[in-house]
Design a protein around this ligand. Sequence first.
Ligand code: F6P
Length: 370
Amino acid sequence: MTIQRIGIMTGGGDCPGLNPVIRGAVLKARSLGWEVLGIEDATNGLIDLDYRSPKGNRWLGPDDVRGIISKGGTILGTSNKSDPFNYVVTVDGVKKEIDVSDRVIANYHKLKLDGLISIGGDGSMRIAQKLIDKGMNIIGVPKTIDQDIGCTDYTFGFNTAVQTATDAIDRLHDTAESHDRIMVVELMGRNAGWITLHAALAGAAHVCLIPEIPYRIEPILEKILERQARGNPYSIIAIAEGAHPVAGTQSTEGPRALGQMPRLLGAGHRLAATLEPHLEMEVRVVVLGHLQRGGTPTQFDRILGTRFGSAAVEAMRIGKWGHMVALRTPDIVLVPIADAIAEPHFVPPNHSLVRAARDVGIGFGDDEPR
Ligand code: F6P
């Protein structure tokens, strides 16, 4: 098949490295003489061809991607509320979900696209797979700070998020030690503890609580009191937003609007409220939140993003529709999107990084395996 025109879009939560992917794909595609249409705000630009927020779909060339390698966010905009199979509309004042996927397919043909690069997390890859099943030519590019997509060593965005979280923990050491306080830092990651595990190791936190290892309060108190007894009356606890006690569920903000996932919020405050009555030390909480999603991408994410972008175009050139680019260090490989979404990528409780953390005395709020 001869390719003349492709589309590219970014879906789900933004993360550092999206712009390097767009740049890598545009530069490679243009070098092959292809036209590249940037689709605005994920599938919104395909659901409605007149969609403008703020710019709408537009042609991309080298001038449009100049200087964006160091910029966080995405020049194309993104959305996590544009699933065409469950698209929320308001009819007579009532919100309901409808399937507008046929409209997406029709618009894709109307735009005369030969293929589409979908850059997104697990949700976007699931949508991509359903559109592939309906006949669209799609190549996936895995993005997420959470690092929870299978079949790739790393997703881009993760490295930058871990650096941001590590910087925060470094700063918290200074203030916690000065005030003899317990500082609890709540980090993102949804149901995966990768950001927290890496940042706890890199930032030398004393306790690391992740969703994959439900915690009890007693081992955490023991760790804090043991440090106090050794003359260190302060501790840093890194807790993932999805972490929860053994006998408890994740902390969420409560019910959300139709079609929206529950927001994880409150894990750090819940832990602090449980710990404080047992301690003479003050327990304070920092929720790092969306700071982990912004900022200039690290060199790792810039390079990975650039490689993913150009590899996605190469995958199109050789007709590998339905595949996702992935890092299998040191190579970029292609894996079926279906395989990548089959199993989420969570921290195995006996992972070598968990063992490394335990070896240097980081507690996980559980009974340490002997
Ligand atoms: O998936 C990325 C992520 O930042 C998660 O770590 C977090 O739980 C979620 O998105 C927050 O999403 P939103 O910005 O839509 O609230």
